[in-house]
Design a protein around this ligand. Sequence first.
Ligand code: SAH
Length: 399
Amino acid sequence: MQNKGNKSEVVKKVGKGNGCPHYKKCGGCHLQNMTYEEQLKFKQIKMIKLLGKFCHVKEIIGMENPLHYRCKVQAAFSKDKTGIISGVYQSSTHNIVPIDSCMIEDEKADEIIVTIRKLLKSFKLKPFDDKTMSGFLRHVLIRKGYYTGQIMVVLVTGSPVFPSCRSFINALVGRHPEITTVVQNVNGKFTSLVLGEKNITLFGNGYIEDTISDFVFRISPKSFYQVNPVMTNILYGKAIEYMNLTGQETVIDAYCGTGTIGILASKNAKQVIGVELNADAVKDAKFNAKQNLVENIDFYTADAGDFMVEMAKAGEKADVVIMDPPRAGSDKRFMDSVFTLSPERVVYVSCNPDTLARDLSYFVRNGYGVRRIQPVDMFPHTDHIETVVLLVKSKKDKH
Ligand code: SAH
């Protein structure tokens, strides 16, 4: 949850000289040598340099309080000469930087991780050692529903064996009654991935829920869900505004994840079609649509490019395409099929300004004009920038 305090105090606190004690070792927050205001200016200048040639870049929307915004927190566990440690991997290494509290992570999540570390000691449970592939706890993942307050703790262990499981969970939930579910995730592989395949629900129902606008979304241990809920609301709000829906449109939600944007758009569209590569995410998306009683939306598991090519071949039409690709951006195959489907509007949500700039050039060469560019600071203190862009089909378009 966010800290109390006015903006100028916050800006001072995270600025030069008063920054995070882990800043140099951790390497997660690249911009912490700047005050928050300087960070926003830095990002704005970067965006103007990259995207200013397409259209005016609106002023980046920053956070009122840019601390403790991450509602998804992960900690790796290990042992050193001081005993059991937990924290984050130093950038590009396998060394753990011990951390008890982080300025961008949810504070309750950090407290729970410290409790788990203490409980391990009293229950004589060992952290997992990936050199010998033995021991018990590898990672802890905590996810919190910002608006519902629900908290999920995922204990990632090297094997399904959990000595004194019941007493451990009772002790944990006893100390933190705000925990609503605890899941054991088994990951016995030699891998840099945090989560393994198998989930065992130990307490509660195995998932949490959070809300965006009037809708409720289920978040399971593996679901993709934006980590900064306050700014997600602003980002999705802009995307919906740029779609300018009247209730008559067919909308394609490409790279739809668990269907969040498409479900929000469904309220003001005739029909929404969501397409996503990850079958688990599509399962969640279908569940989310059902639980929100949304009937004008369908989800498909497919490569967004392939799917759109098929739609174009079948002569189908779309009025609006919303696309939210991963950091690598989109590809020509996908964009070519957008040009064939010829929607009036394309709303591009991007988490990487470099690939966005590349893709926008391709749109512009193919009959679309860039009308709005709105950067949103989803990840304060890091160098990441999220952007929503509105593209409109040019009148003299030949398609
Ligand atoms: N719009 C969603 C998810 C965005 S993340 C949200 O806001 O929550 C980007 C998504 O693109 C991921 O879910 C990823 O699985 C999906 N993806 C990656 N490559 C893809 C492809 N080639 N075709 C379709 N989906 C893809």
